[in-house]
Design a protein around this ligand. Sequence first.
Ligand code: IMP
Length: 438
Amino acid sequence: MSTLVVVGAQWGDEGKGKVTDYLSARADMVVRYQGGNNAGHTVVVGDREYRMRLIPSGIFHDKACVIGNGVVLDPAVLVQELDYLAEQGISTQHLRVSGAAHIILPYHIRLDELDEDRRGTLRLGTTRRGIGPAYADKSARIGIRVSEYLNRAVFAEKLRRNLEEKNRALAALYGAPGFDYDVVFSQYQAYAERVRPLVADTSLLINQAIDRGENVLFEGAQGTLLDLDHGTYPYVTSSHPVAGGACIGAGVGPTRIDRVLGTVKAYTTRVGDGPFPSELAGAEGDWIRERGREYGTVTGRPRRCGWLDTTIVRYAARVSGLTHLALTRLDTLAGLERVRICVAYRRDGDIITDFPQELESLEACEPVYVDLPGWPPFKEPDSSADLPGEARRYLEEIEERCRLPLALISLGRERGQTLAITDVFGDPPACRNQAARI
Ligand code: IMP
């Protein structure tokens, strides 16, 4: 019985939705700790495919699910997802939302769009869902928390004050029309009634679940290189996908986290702009994109594709303290004659094995590859020993280069297409702090 954080070890879209869905079968509680509806999770159950943006993947197992305080929540999207799940016959009775999460309002979305358009070639490639402006308001201490949103008088006052300011900014900076207070207020009051029954002190609920010895899974959105501090700034999201983000975004202490699973795609993808050393600009990149259906879940944008880069995964291991890896999409690469792994960078004649902190430095990096034989398409194996020898060699190379054991291998979109190697919910390490409540 233990706690596990699942993080993306690349630029997001590593397949965390599939991995968390698979692991949710063993979890008692699944917690989202950051991001908002910029994330896209695709979960395949039998012949049905579900696309979610906000609600944790654990919902498909009818587990206790939490949207933590670190999330920015668009009430309109939450209501859409609640309706969608109800139509699909999936229960949301165990879903809880933190009263301390901040809400996304229409002016955040409008500002995200206008800011992006204004940046022109310097755009960040955001998902235009209002994520950055909502987190900016949170940091500026003018954001609106879910608990304030549900208090009619407090919401009315804060919305009026914010709208005055935002409407002035929209007009002055962009000559854009503002928002009408009455329209926004009444629309969001209607959503509030759907949110109200879900709201709780989720930090308390999570810590109580840990006290009871339950399996708690913290589900990160996006990936390490999109982290506001540890990613390829400024081409990042405005929250903390790294494992430490789970502590802040869920309200648990670091001593209560037992394991951290880094999800790694067998190759690398990136949406949005910014440097990407192992990117494949030509036919090989197109082949991976088409084979892997690499188009954004939220925006539909084609993803940039490239070879696996273990410099990035080792960096993710460092900043999140990864204990294990989950490798996804091994099946997608089947059929190539040769596969490559970027193991280091060459910059100004030097070999660099540590992922550089500065963007300018990363831009100047050339990939250093090791080449390995590709593997043919294969039938679903019962164990990793049944995989083609070349695929096993690829996995061994990854474990060696990343200095981490593989706990899971995903070989397809469905739950069953997964090889479990290690029990990531095994007994907690002896040093775990059991006493959270004093
Ligand atoms: P934002 O999170 O919408 O502000 O976008 C900031 C950056 O994060 C952009 O490069 C987005 O493409 C990227 N991003 C945000 N969410 C995801 C995701 O779930 N997968 C991959 N990239 C993402």
